[in-house]
Design a protein around this ligand. Sequence first.
Ligand SMILES: NC(=O)c1ccc[n+]([C@@H]2O[C@H](COP(=O)([O-])OP(=O)(O)OC[C@H]3O[C@@H](n4cnc5c(N)ncnc54)[C@H](O)[C@@H]3O)[C@@H](O)[C@H]2O)c1
Length: 273
Amino acid sequence: MNIALVGYGQMGRMVHDIALGRGHSVVTVVDPTIVDPTTVDPATDAAAAAGGPVYARALAPELLTGVDVAIEFSLAAAVVDNVRVYAAAGVAAVIGTTGWTDRVDAVASTVADAGVGLVYGSNFSIGAHVFFRVAASAARLVADLDEYDATIHEIHHRRKKDSPSGTALTLAEHVLRALPAKTTIETGRLDRAPHAHELHVSSTRGGANPGCHTLYLDSEADTIEVRHQARSRIGFASGAVRAAEWIAGRTGLYTVDDFVNDTLDPEHRGTQC
Ligand SMILES: NC(=O)c1ccc[n+]([C@@H]2O[C@H](COP(=O)([O-])OP(=O)(O)OC[C@H]3O[C@@H](n4cnc5c(N)ncnc54)[C@H](O)[C@@H]3O)[C@@H](O)[C@H]2O)c1
């Protein structure tokens, strides 16, 4: 497949390596911070002429000539306009960028009008999605057992600026659906006893951990821990490349859950997320 990378920060660079490793070609790289953009005309097969990707500072339809899928890890403010360019070029897209889904309606109508394929999600790590399903199944198993209480804890490196993580909130939503006794997510510091209906989500920041999420199902008798420990961002990047392989040739708007549901063993998918 010929891939365009839109956004060439930490994720874009990792996606580049993974895409090459899975036998794909990266023919276009777009990022406003590219220091040395390619000067040849991309419309005349510049990638081949230059012996590598065309590097550009701004996205344009002619940069997508011959591209099968664009993979975007950029900035929330850029997504709606970039999707218009993918649509104009008839190119499918994987959107890993977060923070723009309040504008998903605009993206949905662009995708529908153009008849292209687009898959988006805030977490493309397939391992994390397996974890959500295992955690939800474990919570469901104790849903009728009063003695078990559920809590969630996550830890991330000292550079992370927000808390709780989006992954922790997604996990919490799965647990709420699995446990009727829990109706609200509480992410604040508690200077009081938690209410029984609250699912408390706590966060720790420090060190170098790329992300660890744990669901505790706790009783007087025992503690059941369901944990996902990321080793690096590689899980996000390889999931995004696999999603690109999946969206190529499809039309319509999909979430990462649609992709994961199609990717996991159908006999053992378990919980629909
Ligand atoms: N979905 C997932 O699995 C997943 C995983 C990790 C990160 N993310 C998200 O991906 C995004 C990027 O993360 P990152 O860690 O690579 O950030 P980063 O800051 O390292 O890289 C973002 C890059 O986007 C570039 N950019 C800004 N405006 C652009 C535009 N209009 N067109 C093209 N590029 C543009 C920036 O110059 C920067 O190089 C964030 O929204 C982050 O939350 C998603």
